[in-house]
Design a protein around this ligand. Structure first.
Ligand SMILES: Cc1ncc(COP(=O)(O)O)c(C=O)c1O
Length: 346
């Protein structure tokens, strides 16, 4: 029996490594990275630092670990950090802010992920007997739960000004910073120069099987390396995985434009269907978040019926997420649009 091919729109993390990645992984030169002996990891870290415009970078197993290390390095216990209320770091990373760093998050509302600098400044607290010191602002670009929204460069400048005025740091959760750069046409370094540290993922649209990079000054990365070890993120012959990351950074960035084009096409194809609340103008990169509100079909029932038609989407907090990536082609998009129509138009 022919295997049923699912068109998997749940996430860009489902991308499989390319053939070239698998070959590079098989042939990677490796050593014990905790002892500083892995030449492939060193090459990836140097390349990542150069691409992102920072002095140094550290290979970490996941974006979550990269973010948690950054918060830990930039804060002391009993401090507070400013996060956007729908941000990944605040909602989806198992509370490492409080559990690992023992600081409290101060979530702020935003305009599709862009926090008002005046509001941020008002939220910055000077320490007193009842009050924690604010030590960090976190920005997410692109913003996952605002449907892959690109945060404007102007906002980075404004938040940097606020941070400098109050002597606090900025961490950029740039899990998909290359998507932001490809969509806006603004070089990635233009965004990152306003942040003290940046985490970016190799394992999402850039198609590596595993891994993220955390980047910043040499001093920051030295401290980050110690925190990575205590969190159990010191890996040994990890050049095997880093080899794929090098291909992510050299060959997989420019193709993101295709993912953006397909996400837009999908959004335009489904936005007027009954039960779908979606503004296709809000689809700027590879993520679609839509509200599902159908009089006869529940969200879960709809996802099940899509699955029967070999289309996978993710239900998250009463909404549906669809993400385009390397393993989604034009045919998958057509198939998804038709599946939506068949279920919702009849
Ligand atoms: C914006 C953002 N930050 C961080 C992460 C965490 O990455 P990981 O799944 O590698 O821990 C994700 C994962 O989806 C994300 O979307």
């Amino acid at each position: 029996m022919e295997e049923k091919k699912f068109s998997d729109f749940r996430s860009d993390t489902v991308t499989r490594p390319t053939k070239k990645m698998r070959l590079a992984m098989a042939e990677a030169e490796v050593g014990d990275d905790v002892l500083g002996d892995d030449p492939t990891v060193k090459k990836l870290e140097a390349l990542g630092a150069e691409k992102i415009g920072k002095e140094a970078a550290l290979f970490v197993p996941s974006g979550t670990m990269g973010n948690s290390i950054a918060v830990k390095v930039w804060t002391n216990e009993l401090e507070e950090i400013i996060v956007e209320e729908r941000s990944h770091i605040y909602n989806m990373e198992s509370t490492h802010i409080t559990f690992v760093s023992r600081v409290t998050p101060r979530p702020l509302p935003s305009n599709r992920g862009t926090m008002d600098p005046e509001l941020v400044e008002k939220a910055i607290r000077k320490p007193a007997v009842h009050i924690p010191r604010t030590s960090l602002i976190c920005i997410e670009n692109t913003h996952n739960y605002w449907g892959g929204a690109v945060i404007p460069l102007e906002n980075f400048k404004d938040l940097r000004e606020v941070a400098d005025k109050h002597g606090i740091k900025i961490h950029l959760d740039g899990a998909r910073i290359f998507n932001a750069s490809i969509a806006s046409g603004i070089p990635v370094k233009e965004y990152t120069k306003y942040a003290d540290s940046v985490m970016f993922c190799l394992s999402k649209g850039l198609s590596s099987p595993i891994g993220s990079l955390l980047a910043g000054s040499k001093e920051f990365i030295e401290k980050a390396r110690r925190v990575r070890k205590l969190l159990g993120g010191g890996m040994r012959q990890v050049g095997i995985i880093a080899a794929a990351g090098i291909i992510s950074l050299t060959e997989m960035i420019d193709r993101l434009v295709e993912d953006h084009r397909r996400a837009k096409k999908l959004a335009e194809g489904i936005c007027n269907l009954p039960g779908i609340e979606l503004n296709p103008d809000h689809v700027e990169t590879n993520i679609i978040f839509l509200k599902f509100n159908h009089p006869k079909i529940s969200l879960q029932e709809f996802l099940n019926r899509l699955k029967e038609k070999a289309v996978l989407a993710l239900g998250l907090a009463g909404r549906i997420r669809l993400v385009t990536h390397k393993d989604i082609d034009d045919e998958d998009v057509e198939k998804a649009i038709n599946a939506f129509k068949e279920i919702l138009e009849y």
